[in-house]
Design a protein around this ligand. Structure first.
Ligand SMILES: Cc1cc2nc3c(=O)[nH]c(=O)nc-3n(C[C@H](O)[C@H](O)[C@H](O)COP(=O)(O)OP(=O)(O)OC[C@H]3O[C@@H](n4cnc5c(N)ncnc54)[C@H](O)[C@@H]3O)c2cc1C
Length: 421
């Protein structure tokens, strides 16, 4: 069996894996990405990039590449027959715009960038199992080359597990999702539309079927800029009857009741809609082993407020890469044990607030009332957008930040058990 040797082995070439590899290669680590699919590959997603995600892409020097795609200015919220348009807020770090980029294009762009930074990319190769799993870490991964059927041993000092929501490799290292945390489920499809270059992404907060009955979940319409729009609907496990929901039915009803101005043919999505799961709020752990770290969806990093996972995949990948580089330089693997605490510092309280929010909005009566009140006030909705997209200014004493801090301080005191019940 042939063998290859690296400083860092990254399992998965999605946003988390490509960002980990980019930052690690930049820091001088000899890095390999193992990706089971051949790029460009489809990935079920809303394709929406918030200002936070755009910032991370820009940090990876991808501004010019992003410019080729559809840039949008903010969010239009629709509920109770009202509509509110909200620009992304001004922020000292994050831009006041986002992009919609199909994942086949986005993920290829980011992985190619990692290769430019020095990483090796092995596509069509699947990490089957850890090599020599023991208490002091793993030696690498056994990898199946799908084109030749050959098994290859990839050995490495460090391993980043970036294999997405189902994270089979992560599970083989003992990772598990905390079932008390919320989980998302979403489905999306593409339709042709003349409004493919709208400057707003749209979010439907009270989705109804054709008979006018309320349906669980939130709908989105993201203009892709290539003659098509990405239409989808998602819901949280905190919703009543979550397990009985038929997402294909939800999707079809949502498409059939889309506002007329999108001019879609709801019966003719470009291809059959597909769905997936969104592990949230840091729900998967342990996140660190002796020589490995979980990043992105494999660590359950999606933001429960808005279902955004791409940015958190980039951010967790970047943090993990910096720890791998430090551990390598100091020849001290204990550096990696800081990872869970660093994640907690960055996202712990915010995700706790989000988990409580997820619990509250699981109640259909409450959510109807909240959106009814919210839709009467542009200011309130702009505040909600800022909080939900995690765009508050750090250490700022602006009204928005003060209001959020007040809520967060209360939530900090709520015992974990109460959030989980
Ligand atoms: C319907 C839907 C809509 C969404 N919309 C949005 C949105 O609009 N904006 C947003 O920010 N987020 C959205 N998300 C969430 C977002 O898609 C994820 O959070 C994001 O893809 C996580 O990136 P990742 O790199 O961790 O995982 P992934 O993107 O899943 O990448 C994992 C990669 O690992 C590869 N892989 C898996 N196992 C192996 C293996 N054993 N060996 C080698 N390779 C392997 C896979 O082929 C894949 O390429 C949505 C999710 C869903 C389901």
């Amino acid at each position: 069996m042939s063998e290859k040797s690296y400083d860092l082995l990254v399992i998965g070439g999605g946003p988390a894996g490509a960002a980990t590899a980019y930052w690690a290669a930049k820091a001088g680590l000899h890095t390999a990405i193992i990706e089971k699919k051949v790029f460009p590959r489809q990935k079920t997603c809303g394709d929406g990039l918030t200002p936070r995600a755009v910032h991370q892409l820009s940090e990876m020097n991808l501004n010019q590449e992003l410019n080729e795609y559809h840039r949008y200015e903010g969010l239009r919220a629709i509920a109770h027959d009202k509509s509110i348009e909200m620009k992304w807020p001004d922020h000292p770090i994050f831009p006041s715009y986002g992009y919609v980029v199909r994942r086949c294009d986005l993920d290829t762009m980011v992985v190619e960038n990692a290769v430019k930074a020095g990483a090796d990319f092995f596509e069509g190769m699947e990490a089957i199992s850890p090599l020599d799993k023991s208490d002091i870490g793993i030696e690498g991964a056994l990898v199946l080359d799908h084109s030749s059927g050959e098994n290859i041993k990839f050995k490495a000092k460090f391993i980043a597990v970036a294999d997405g929501a189902n994270s089979r490799f992560g599970r083989s290292l003992g990772s598990n999702r905390n079932k008390k945390y919320p989980m998302g489920m979403a489905i999306r499809g593409y339709f042709e539309s003349p409004l493919d270059k709208e400057p707003w992404i749209e979010s439907a907060l009270d989705v109804k079927d054709r008979q006018g009955n309320s349906m669980p979940g939130y709908g989105w319409i993201f203009p892709v800029g290539n003659g098509t729009i990405n239409v989808g609907i998602g819901l949280l496990s905190t919703f009543r009857d979550y397990r009985d929901v038929n997402t294909t039915h939800l999707f079809n009803e949502f498409a059939l009741t889309l506002p007329d101005y999108w001019e879609i043919n709801p019966l003719e999505p470009i291809e059959p809609p597909t769905g997936g799961r969104l592990p949230m709020a840091g729900s998967v752990g342990p996140k660190a082993g002796h020589n490995w770290l979980l990043v992105g969806d494999a660590a359950g990093s999606v933001n429960p407020f808005n279902g955004e996972g791409i940015d958190y995949a980039y951010e967790t990948g970047r943090l993990a890469a910096s720890l791998f580089a430090e551990a390598n330089a100091q020849k001290d693997n204990s550096v990696l044990t800081r990872y869970p605490d660093l994640l907690d510092e960055e996202y712990g309280l915010y995700f706790k607030v989000a988990r409580l929010f997820a619990k509250i909005i699981g109640n259909p009566v409450l959510i109807r009332e909240l959106t009814r009140v919210g839709m009467r006030s542009q200011t309130l909705m702009e505040w909600a957008l800022k909080v939900m997209a995690n765009l508050m200014k750090e250490n700022d004493k602006g009204l928005d930040e003060v209001a959020y801090s007040a809520i967060a301080s209360i939530v900090r005191m709520v015992p974990e058990q109460k959030v989980n019940d």
